[in-house]
Design a protein around this ligand. Structure first.
Ligand SMILES: [Zn+2]
Length: 147
Protein backbone atom coordinates (compact mmCIF):
# COMPACT_ATOMS: atom_id res chain seq x y z
CA UNK A 1 0.00 0.00 0.00
CA UNK A 2 1.16 3.52 -0.72
CA UNK A 3 0.46 6.66 1.29
CA UNK A 4 -1.96 7.75 -1.44
CA UNK A 5 -4.36 4.87 -0.78
CA UNK A 6 -4.02 4.84 2.98
CA UNK A 7 -7.00 5.66 5.21
CA UNK A 8 -4.84 6.89 8.08
CA UNK A 9 -2.75 9.14 5.82
CA UNK A 10 -6.02 10.56 4.49
CA UNK A 11 -7.26 10.98 8.07
CA UNK A 12 -4.10 12.88 8.98
CA UNK A 13 -4.73 15.26 6.10
CA UNK A 14 -8.39 15.68 7.09
CA UNK A 15 -7.55 16.37 10.75
CA UNK A 16 -5.22 19.12 9.64
CA UNK A 17 -7.91 20.85 7.58
CA UNK A 18 -11.28 20.23 9.30
CA UNK A 19 -10.50 22.00 12.55
CA UNK A 20 -11.17 18.83 14.56
CA UNK A 21 -7.46 18.48 14.82
CA UNK A 22 -5.18 16.18 16.70
CA UNK A 23 -5.60 15.63 20.43
CA UNK A 24 -1.82 15.83 20.47
CA UNK A 25 0.74 16.13 17.74
CA UNK A 26 4.43 15.56 18.34
CA UNK A 27 7.33 15.72 15.89
CA UNK A 28 6.62 12.28 14.46
CA UNK A 29 3.26 11.14 15.89
CA UNK A 30 -0.37 12.24 15.98
CA UNK A 31 -2.98 11.27 18.56
CA UNK A 32 -6.65 11.35 17.54
CA UNK A 33 -9.94 9.79 18.58
CA UNK A 34 -10.60 6.17 17.57
CA UNK A 35 -10.93 6.31 13.78
CA UNK A 36 -13.69 3.70 13.42
CA UNK A 37 -15.93 3.87 16.49
CA UNK A 38 -16.63 6.75 18.92
CA UNK A 39 -15.80 4.91 22.15
CA UNK A 40 -15.14 7.40 24.97
CA UNK A 41 -11.46 7.57 25.89
CA UNK A 42 -10.24 5.50 22.95
CA UNK A 43 -7.50 7.05 20.83
CA UNK A 44 -5.24 6.16 17.94
CA UNK A 45 -1.54 7.02 18.05
CA UNK A 46 -0.20 7.05 14.48
CA UNK A 47 2.93 8.00 12.64
CA UNK A 48 2.61 11.26 10.74
CA UNK A 49 4.29 9.73 7.72
CA UNK A 50 3.19 6.50 6.09
CA UNK A 51 4.89 3.54 7.76
CA UNK A 52 3.69 -0.05 7.93
CA UNK A 53 4.72 -1.39 11.31
CA UNK A 54 7.12 -0.77 14.15
CA UNK A 55 10.01 -2.30 12.20
CA UNK A 56 9.82 0.59 9.72
CA UNK A 57 10.17 3.36 12.31
CA UNK A 58 13.15 5.67 12.17
CA UNK A 59 15.25 5.90 15.31
CA UNK A 60 13.68 9.24 16.22
CA UNK A 61 10.13 7.94 15.64
CA UNK A 62 10.89 4.94 17.84
CA UNK A 63 12.47 7.13 20.53
CA UNK A 64 9.32 9.24 20.79
CA UNK A 65 6.91 6.32 20.98
CA UNK A 66 7.57 4.97 24.47
CA UNK A 67 7.28 8.29 26.32
CA UNK A 68 4.27 9.20 24.17
CA UNK A 69 2.38 5.98 24.95
CA UNK A 70 3.11 6.46 28.63
CA UNK A 71 1.84 10.05 28.47
CA UNK A 72 -1.31 9.08 26.55
CA UNK A 73 -2.03 6.22 28.94
CA UNK A 74 -1.68 8.53 31.95
CA UNK A 75 -4.00 11.07 30.33
CA UNK A 76 -6.64 8.42 29.59
CA UNK A 77 -6.55 7.34 33.23
CA UNK A 78 -6.71 10.94 34.44
CA UNK A 79 -9.67 11.81 32.24
CA UNK A 80 -11.71 8.59 32.33
CA UNK A 81 -10.85 7.43 35.84
CA UNK A 82 -9.99 3.97 34.55
CA UNK A 83 -6.81 2.63 36.15
CA UNK A 84 -6.56 0.09 33.32
CA UNK A 85 -5.68 1.32 29.83
CA UNK A 86 -5.54 -1.26 27.04
CA UNK A 87 -3.15 -0.82 24.11
CA UNK A 88 -2.95 -2.88 20.94
CA UNK A 89 -1.83 -2.73 17.36
CA UNK A 90 -2.86 -5.24 14.73
CA UNK A 91 -2.51 -3.43 11.41
CA UNK A 92 -5.18 -5.62 9.82
CA UNK A 93 -7.80 -2.96 9.14
CA UNK A 94 -5.20 -0.48 7.92
CA UNK A 95 -1.48 -1.26 7.65
CA UNK A 96 -0.38 2.30 8.61
CA UNK A 97 1.48 2.13 11.95
CA UNK A 98 -0.98 2.95 14.70
CA UNK A 99 -1.51 1.92 18.28
CA UNK A 100 -4.98 2.03 19.77
CA UNK A 101 -5.36 2.83 23.45
CA UNK A 102 -8.27 3.28 25.81
CA UNK A 103 -10.13 2.01 28.85
CA UNK A 104 -12.31 -1.12 29.06
CA UNK A 105 -16.00 -0.30 29.41
CA UNK A 106 -19.51 -1.54 28.80
CA UNK A 107 -19.05 -4.09 31.57
CA UNK A 108 -16.57 -5.97 29.38
CA UNK A 109 -12.96 -6.81 30.20
CA UNK A 110 -10.01 -8.32 28.37
CA UNK A 111 -10.78 -10.54 25.40
CA UNK A 112 -14.53 -9.81 25.55
CA UNK A 113 -13.97 -6.05 25.35
CA UNK A 114 -11.36 -6.22 22.59
CA UNK A 115 -13.57 -8.60 20.57
CA UNK A 116 -16.49 -6.18 20.87
CA UNK A 117 -14.29 -3.25 19.85
CA UNK A 118 -12.87 -5.14 16.87
CA UNK A 119 -16.42 -6.15 15.88
CA UNK A 120 -17.40 -2.45 15.98
CA UNK A 121 -20.07 -3.23 18.58
CA UNK A 122 -22.29 -0.14 18.48
CA UNK A 123 -23.23 -0.58 22.16
CA UNK A 124 -19.71 0.69 22.95
CA UNK A 125 -20.21 3.82 20.85
CA UNK A 126 -21.30 7.10 22.43
CA UNK A 127 -20.51 10.06 20.18
CA UNK A 128 -21.40 12.87 22.62
CA UNK A 129 -19.44 11.25 25.46
CA UNK A 130 -16.54 10.47 23.11
CA UNK A 131 -16.48 14.12 21.99
CA UNK A 132 -16.52 15.41 25.58
CA UNK A 133 -13.79 12.97 26.57
CA UNK A 134 -11.70 13.99 23.55
CA UNK A 135 -11.83 17.65 24.59
CA UNK A 136 -10.67 16.75 28.09
CA UNK A 137 -7.93 14.48 26.73
CA UNK A 138 -6.65 17.26 24.49
CA UNK A 139 -6.54 19.57 27.51
CA UNK A 140 -4.75 16.97 29.60
CA UNK A 141 -2.23 16.27 26.82
CA UNK A 142 -1.56 19.97 26.26
CA UNK A 143 -0.14 20.29 29.76
CA UNK A 144 3.52 20.00 30.63
CA UNK A 145 5.12 16.69 29.80
CA UNK A 146 5.18 14.61 32.99
CA UNK A 147 8.36 12.99 34.18
ZN1 LIG B 1 -0.56 5.79 5.73
Amino acid sequence: MTAGGCALCARAGALATTGRGWLLRTVHWGVSTHPALPVPGWVAVQTLRHTEGLAELSRSEAAELGPLLSRVSAAVTQVTGSPRVYTYSLGEGCPHTHILAGPPQGGLRGKAFIAALLDRDETLADQPAADRTAVRLAEELSGPTPR
